[in-house]
Design a protein. Structure first.
Length: 383
């Protein structure tokens, strides 16, 4: 079996996905192959240029051509958020397996429409997955195991932080990510979506209420022509979240934190121990369990490269560390296996809708104040 993939969008995510589709079947000796067959974008010349640079044989300025093309098996959506539902829903209806970048939709209504389309498609053996790639960091797989097997006990505190600095300069250029109509929200949607998903993935329990605040520090930025355009999303956001099981979580996201290039940090304190992860050291998990006597207690640094950890059996001998790009290879591997076996794969579109419900509730809280319930979607998130 060899799947032909059509990618929509040609930014840096499309580059990461292209490499992953190519590498996954070989790295994991999969019985299913993948071939990036076509690239779609809005501008014909730029799309053609990007396709040539990536070695993709065909390009088009109309993503509908990919959906109509019976030789395409997978539609991979790497476009601005406002087009995700518009592309994913007809693609699924036409029998294409869909991988959609995060955050899944502009708001909960869009995300729920996508989740319903994915549900209908699943009944026909069609797969839909959201690109929360950090679920595929082996050290975070270990964190999930240690939270779920009782090693750190009942989770009390969660501290989740995702900081970048590409907007720290007030003259950094305007882009679609700064426009609410195209991105939904700012750092909250772009970076916060990862954290909300990861906390759900690691702990398995959804947030029930949130309370947040958001700020835009730089209200206008120059576009490519030098014209000042309004920034209509948050630059930074902090929020607290709680579930019904006595856990308190805090989240912080910003794209204006000087020196933080791509720092995703997650700490969990349970009633028997603690975990700490930092994407800047993505092969490591810090673990503290108070079982060595007071004089030798402390965090232990686990180098998560043993072959028994998720995905590592396919790579190098222990200690030969992995990088950010491997998360996309792991994602492509899980997706391709699910297609071959015609079974759902996490994160599902229902998981994506849950993340959107949290984002929407944080936005309401940031605007109107107070704790806000996370709207229950009638699609249970699988985590
Ligand atoms: C930009 O902020 C970005 O590319 C995010 O959109 C990605 O999801 C994140 O993984 C890296 O940073």
């Amino acid at each position: 079996m060899r799947l032909r993939v059509g990618i929509v969008g040609h930014g840096f995510m499309a580059r990461a996905h292209t490499q992953a589709w190519r590498l996954a079947p070989q790295a994991f000796s999969l019985p299913v192959g993948a071939e990036v067959a076509a690239l779609a974008g809005r501008d014909r010349d730029r799309t053609k240029e990007a396709a040539a640079a990536l070695g993709i044989p065909a390009s088009t300025d109309d993503w509908r051509e990919l959906i109509a093309d019976s030789s395409i098996g997978v539609v991979d959506i790497c476009t601005p958020v406002d087009s995700h539902a518009e592309i994913a829903i007809p693609a699924l209806a036409n029998g294409k397996h869909v991988l959609c970048e995060k955050p899944m939709g502009l708001d909960l209504a869009a995300a729920e429409a996508m989740a319903r389309a994915a549900d209908d498609a699943a009944a026909r053996g069609v797969i839909a997955m959201v690109g929360f790639n950090y679920r595929r960091v082996p050290a975070l797989g270990l964190a999930r195991r240690l939270c779920r097997d009782g090693t750190i006990g009942h989770p009390r505190h969660v501290r989740a932080r995702y900081l970048q600095d590409w907007l720290a300069d007030a003259n950094a250029p305007w882009s679609w990510r700064l426009d609410a109509a195209q991105a939904g929200a700012g750092a909250l949607a772009d970076l916060g979506s990862h954290l909300i998903d990861l906390v759900h993935f690691v702990l398995g329990s959804p947030l029930e209420q949130v309370s947040g605040q958001a700020l835009t520090f730089v209200g206008e930025r120059p576009d490519a022509s030098g014209t000042l355009r309004p920034v209509t999303v948050d630059d930074a956001c902090t929020f607290a979240g709680r579930n019904g099981a006595g856990m308190l979580a805090t989240f912080e996201v910003s794209r204006l934190a000087h020196g933080r290039k791509n720092q995703l940090a997650l700490e969990i304190d349970g009633d028997r121990g603690s975990l700490a992860f930092d994407l800047e050291r993505l092969n490591e998990l810090m673990v503290h369990t108070p079982d060595h006597g007071d004089d030798l207690n402390g965090f232990r640094r686990i180098l998560v490269t043993e072959l028994a950890h998720p995905y590592l059996g396919a790579w190098w001998p222990p200690g030969h560390v992995l990088g950010w790009d491997h998360t996309f290879v792991h994602q492509a591997r899980d997706f391709l296996e699910a297609v071959r076996e015609r079974r759902p794969v996490h994160p599902t579109f229902a998981d994506g809708a849950y993340v959107q419900a949290v984002i929407d509730a944080v936005q309401v809280s940031a605007r109107e104040g107070g704790w806000r319930p996370v709207d229950e979607t009638d699609l249970p998130a699988a985590a």
